[in-house]
Design a binder for this molecule. Structure first.
Ligand code: FAD
Length: 469
């Protein structure tokens, strides 16, 4: 029946291009009810954090505008809400793209069992977790074989991106508005984010274009420089599905040929591969966000130190690159990958604080907070994950700063009180002679904190604790 509407339930696929569920719904020829449900009912402790909610609000606003303001917004438990919408509109079919967080899988399974007309598609991953398994049918735990043998070897080639359908037949149905979801925070801490980001499909397309034109060439090396231009900053757009990984993947492939930057393109594609790997780990090990994959870490003697945790969260540790990273996160909702590794190692291996503290802080403050990437990366940093950094790899924030921010551009941007410090002492101001500190206007312990911990002693303590388990 061409007049019976179908429901298109948007979730982490807030786009019109290359959206398999939307294409399928459109191909029915029936009017489409575009729906978003804010589900804080089933998410348990993984309710979206503050920064994510700010992004989501703007992303939904942009999507609604490109759907002639016909979106229906609801909040609550999806099953009864879907039943109600079906009853009121006569819709019998629901289309959605699959999500892979354990709580969403459980919820969707339940909905599929309860509602006959539910149809799901893959719109968020290049290689769905159940399609990338070892020859014996078990999941990979190590990235390189996962990617090379699994994804690039046995798994089917990723779908080529498809255009957005034209002349969408949208159903008019009055119901809640976006503002009813109350996603925006009461305190306006997001001023700088507004300047730095453009949530939504258009912003995502723009980011990809700029990255391919200006950032991809030199990505392999340049991606380690936090002040550089070589990273894509696509992560929040990918997380919310404003752009498909397929479009990013094939754009890099094309650029490899057109620009002749094969190594850079391949490296970028392998980073998208890490995203697939994290999703595969979460899918096959649903306790990844909470339980150490290597259970011997359950006996690790973590410290408890609220003061140190607060210094870390607020960028007041006295280690400039750590503080720059934590302040970048607070101000912009993003942190460069190299710096995420440095601040993560500092929290876990110098302060000896449980990786859960880092995971939770990132969850609330990152615009790209993603259950798979965040928990897999924290386990990697702590050394307790699959294919993790070995426990003895402790990032030294001074040498990392000197190597990856040699001119101090990044640190000076986020730690302006060290702005006049000469490069030689920027990453270790405590080594500067008094006259240099005076010249730079830095008084340690007053204008900028003294280091909250001794690097060498804390490293040794960590190594001895790690070697005992
Ligand atoms: P690019 O270098 O341009 O990479 C392109 C895309 O590839 C990224 O957008 C991302 O989707 C994917 N990607 C790149 N590196 C990784 C990686 N190591 N693991 C998984 N996917 C990757 N990423 C998130 O998206 N959400 C998180 O919550 C998150 N938490 C992290 C926590 C820690 C402690 C660490 C060390 C890393 C975390 N990452 C997370 C991974 C990585 O830091 C970000 O994906 C990356 O910095 C995003 O910047 P970009 O888009 O400019 O990256």
């Amino acid at each position: 029946m061409k007049n019976t509407p179908v429901i298109l339930w948007f979730r982490q696929d807030l786009r019109l291009r290359d959206n398999p569920a939307l294409i399928a719904a459109h191909e029915t020829g029936c009017p489409i009810i575009p729906l978003y449900i804010l589900d804080d009912h089933n998410s348990g402790e993984w309710k979206q954090g503050g920064a994510s909610r700010w992004w989501l609000h703007h992303s939904l606003k942009a999507l609604n505008a490109s759907l002639d303001h016909k979106m229906v917004f609801e909040a609550g438990d999806p099953l009864p809400l879907l039943k109600k919408l079906m009853k009121e509109t006569g819709a019998t079919e629901i289309y959605w793209n699959r999500c892979y967080e354990p709580w969403r899988i459980a919820r969707d399974k339940n909905i599929k069992e309860a509602l006959e007309g539910a149809k799901s598609f893959n719109g968020s991953l290049l290689f769905e977790p159940h399609t990338v398994l070892k020859e014996d049918g078990t999941p990979y735990k190590v990235f390189t074989p996962f990617y090379k043998k699994g994804c690039l070897g046995r798994a089917p080639k990723p779908r080529e991106p498809q255009a957005a359908p034209t002349n969408l037949n949208l159903y008019s149905y009055r119901d809640g508005t976006l503002d009813d979801l109350k996603l925006m925070p009461e305190i306006k801490w997001y001023k700088q984010m507004e300047q730095e980001w453009q949530p939504g499909e258009k912003g995502a397309q723009k980011r990809l274009r700029i990255f391919i034109e200006e950032g991809l060439h030199g990505y392999k090396e340049g991606r380690n420089i936090p002040a550089g231009i070589n990273v894509s900053r696509l992560s929040p757009h990918l997380h919310f599905g404003e752009i498909s990984p397929n479009e990013s993947w094939y754009a890099a492939q094309e650029a490899m040929i057109v620009q002749g930057c094969e190594k850079d393109g391949e490296h970028f594609m392998s980073e998208l591969g890490w995203r697939e790997f994290s999703n595969s780990l979460l899918y096959h090990f649903p306790n990844l966000p909470r339980n150490n994959l290597q259970t011997k870490f359950d006996a690790f003697p973590w410290a408890s130190d609220d003061k140190a945790l607060l210094a870390w969260q607020t960028g007041q540790t006295g280690y400039p690159i750590v503080d720059a990273g934590m302040r970048e996160l607070w101000q912009t909702g993003y942190m460069h990958n190299r710096v995420r590794m440095i601040v993560g190692s500092f929290l876990v291996k110098n302060l000896l604080l449980h990786w859960h503290h880092g995971e939770e802080w990132f969850w609330d403050t990152l615009l790209d907070a993603d259950l798979a990437n965040n928990s897999a990366s924290w386990q990697w940093i702590a050394g307790c994950g699959a294919d993790a950094a070995p426990y003895f790899r402790v990032f030294n924030p001074v040498t990392q700063g000197q190597k990856f921010d040699p001119n101090g551009e990044y640190v000076r941007r986020f730690v302006p009180e060290l702005g006049k410090m000469p490069d030689k002492f920027l990453h270790n101001p405590w080594d500067a002679p008094d006259n240099v500190l005076q010249y730079a206007g830095v008084s340690l312990g007053d204008k900028y904190p003294k280091p909250i911990i001794d690097l060498k002693a804390s490293r040794e303590l960590a190594l001895s604790a790690f070697s005992q388990i």
